[in-house]
Design a protein around this ligand. Structure first.
Ligand code: 5GP
Ligand code: ZN
Length: 116
């Protein structure tokens, strides 16, 4: 299992790899995605290392709620009143490329459906 200094998002949380931080509290950090897919593309990342949504358990209920509340607050702050999309890519078939749980907050343009 990747964590600590082997994990990209753990390094961003620790500040050893720089990122454009847009929000931080005791449980989470939110950063601008390095390869934005829309005018707003923010990653909401738990400070605790969890590999993916599939690796969470009932003990993470509060953390998961907290992450969604952070997304809601950021959506309001980033002026996404017309809406936005929240994505949690999970595992290889889900398109997850960084093995540390993160929520994508994507907005500022109309989204397409179905996703690819
Ligand atoms: P996933 O594909 O795992 O759902 O999303 C990983 C996201 O992390 C991608 O959107 C990718 O652009 C972003 N990303 C990868 N490396 C970095 C980085 O070093 N800094 C930042 N800010 N974002 C990154
Ligand atoms: Zn990590």
């Amino acid at each position: 299992m990747l964590d600590g200094m082997d994990c990209l998002f753990c390094r961003i949380v620790a500040g050893t790899i720089p990122a454009k931080k847009v929000f931080e509290d005791e449980l989470t950090v939110a950063i601008q995605d390095i390869n934005p897919q829309a005018p707003v593309h923010v990653l909401v990342i738990p400070k605790k290392h969890v590999a993916s949504l599939a690796e969470t358990d009932a003990g993470d209920k509060e953390l998961l709620g907290h992450l969604l509340e952070a997304v809601r607050e950021l959506g309001a702050e980033q002026k996404l009143g017309k809406g936005y999309r929240v994505v949690i890519n999970t595992g290889p078939d889900g398109g997850q490329t960084v093995e540390h749980l993160h929520l994508h907050l994507i907005g500022g343009r109309a989204m397409h459906w179905p996703p690819g």
